[in-house]
Write a protein that binds this ligand. Structure first.
Ligand code: BYC
Ligand code: FE
Ligand code: FE
Length: 481
């Protein structure tokens, strides 16, 4: 059964907010701070522009969104939970099979709040990281996609704030306020997880981020969608419907960048992908530099899965607060008391695979699922290169490379997973990760292209429009003051 969506209220919702005075009041009190955050963040001229955006208006999978021109500050950020599944049971851990919780289980309150706060913290962080990109958009189509991702991350913040306000009383309110107090990259109050304090300095980074880091979002939301705490599960299930588009933006964005590079090389008769200077002179990004960006964003995203062996993760799985990817489809007892799982460890400075109790390896398992998921797009990018007849292959680097979290974090490895000395690393790093010079070159290409149907030199046009719109559709009606 679908709950009715209240759409005429300040905060559109399908959780009957109008009859929940306490929570409605708390959210209305939080709302101005959120709008201020948005207004301070996104450059002024884009606040006034009309953006062709989709807005979630229902949770019916067949028609949950509507498209229209909106000014972003007037976007309807709604609180929408996927429909309640009747008789839903806790899917994993020591309470597996018991009825799912509709209220916060007292003994797991702190654990649950921490996970919701971490999830909530990443959403506004990503908008902060991407705040200046509108100014260098390679097309109105891409600008629209950026803003679509941004408003939806804003809605994801609302989703977590609702859970905090509704289920966690006074400390939930405090956490909700802190979500707007911390800032990506801030010295005094940074965002909680590493990757969310990094810069997103250019559009290739944005595409890599939405491909690799939003995909961590997908995996974590999938794991939280398995939560025995039903309101969290329902919230995350609906967020996942939006997440698919974010990864689409990333995959096609990188793909279009690769496409344009290969086309330009062919037009200029350049066969060798390592003729960096000649290729760059064509106004496109050479494939080895794209690989370096891939290395960076993939490894930053691997860090988001936490330690390979984690008691935090064991505890939240055992409590039934966070499940595994596709928990309901896995064919085991869902308790993992006597199972094992293979994780990476370091022995004599060599990465080796060792069996450990499966309960402690929950993070590693989700990361393995992530790597499989992330490999799909990489092979589709390679198809583009192959089709253009260029001899180059994009690869995911070994999991030991460039890590700040987990067993590999205090040693140096090359992208093949071989331990290297400091000198070897310094020597190799310029070929493995983007250098300042690479950054400067990419920055030099980041010239805005605001004419409908036109694209910057370094990126191919998309195959199809958003909402089936034609090629020259004006996705953003700019209001340049
Ligand atoms: N940076 O036992 P461990 C998204 C800390 S992205 C800094 O392994 P656990 C999105 C850790 O907190 C998805 N610190 O931890 C994407 C712990 O500290 P305490 C976001 C880190 O809990 C794009 C200590 O190290 N959602 O939605 O097993 C755009 C020991 O670690 C990091 C979630 O992450 C790090 N990378 O695993 C917009 C879901 N990693 O508590 C949005 C909720 C670890 O000992 N979070 N630490 O002081 C979780 O499930 C878990 O907290 C983690 C960490 C998987 C993140
Ligand atoms: Fe999100
Ligand atoms: Fe996302």
């Amino acid at each position: 059964m679908l709950d009715i969506v209240e759409y005429d209220t300040l905060i559109p919702n399908n959780v009957s907010l109008s009859s929940d005075r306490r929570v409605l009041k708390a959210l209305e009190k939080w709302h101005p701070g959120y709008i201020n955050w948005w207004n301070d963040l996104i450059p002024r001229q884009f606040q006034e522009s009309l953006v062709y955006l989709r807005t979630a208006v229902s949770v019916d999978p067949k028609g949950w969104a509507k498209f229209d021109y909106v000014k972003m500050p007037e976007y309807r950020w709604g609180i929408l939970l996927a429909p309640q599944v009747e008789d839903r049971k806790i899917p994993c851990g020591e309470h597996a099979g018991e009825p799912a919780w509709q209220e916060v289980p007292g003994e797991y309150r702190a654990m649950l709040r921490r996970l919701i706060v971490i999830q909530g913290d990443t959403e506004p962080a990503s908008v902060e990281q991407q705040r200046h990109l509108g100014l260098t958009a390679p097309s109105l189509y891409d600008m629209r996609n950026l803003f679509q991702v941004n408003v939806e991350e804003g809605r994801h913040l609302w989703a977590m704030v609702y859970l905090l306000q509704k289920y966690f009383g006074a400390d939930g309110r405090e956490e909700a306020d802190d979500l707007l107090r911390r800032q990506s990259g801030s010295e005094e109050a940074p965002r909680m997880l590493g990757a969310f304090n990094e810069e997103t300095p250019d559009w290739l980074s944005f595409f890599m981020f939405t491909y690799f880091t939003d995909r961590d979002g997908k995996m974590q939301l999938e794991a939280l969608a398995q939560s025995g705490f039903d309101p969290l599960s329902r919230t995350c299930r609906f967020m996942l419907t939006e997440e698919a588009h974010h990864m689409f933006v990333g995959e096609t964005g990188v793909g279009r960048t690769i496409q344009r590079t290969c086309e330009a090389m062919k037009e200029a008769g350049i066969e060798d992908p390592y003729e960096i200077e000649k290729i760059r002179a064509l106004g496109v990004i050479d494939l080895p530099t794209i690989q370096k960006k891939l290395n960076l964003h993939y490894t930053l995203s691997l860090d988001l899965f936490g330690q390979e062996v984690s008691t935090n993760a064991a505890n939240s799985f055992n409590a039934g607060i966070k499940g595994r990817y596709m928990e309901h489809r896995l064919d085991d007892d869902h308790k993992l008391q006597s199972d094992s799982y293979v994780v990476w460890q370091l022995e004599d400075d060599k990465p080796v695979q060792r069996e450990v109790p499966a309960l402690t390896a929950i993070n590693m398992r989700l990361r393995d699922d992530y790597t499989r998921d992330a490999a799909g797009g990489v092979s589709r990018w390679n198809k583009i290169i192959e089709k253009e007849g260029i001899n180059f292959e994009m690869k995911l680097p070994h999991e030991s490379f460039n890590r700040k979290i987990g067993v590999f974090s205090d040693k140096l490895f090359n992208p093949e997973g071989k331990l290297v000395s400091g000198a070897e690393y310094d020597q190799g790093a310029k070929n493995w990760l983007p250098t300042h010079a690479d950054g400067d070159f990419i920055q030099s290409l980041m010239k805005p292209c605001y004419e409908p149907g036109k694209y910057a030199s370094w990126i191919a046009s998309p195959k199809v429009g958003i909402d089936n719109k034609p090629g020259d559709f004006e996705y953003v009606k700019l209001h340049m003051a």
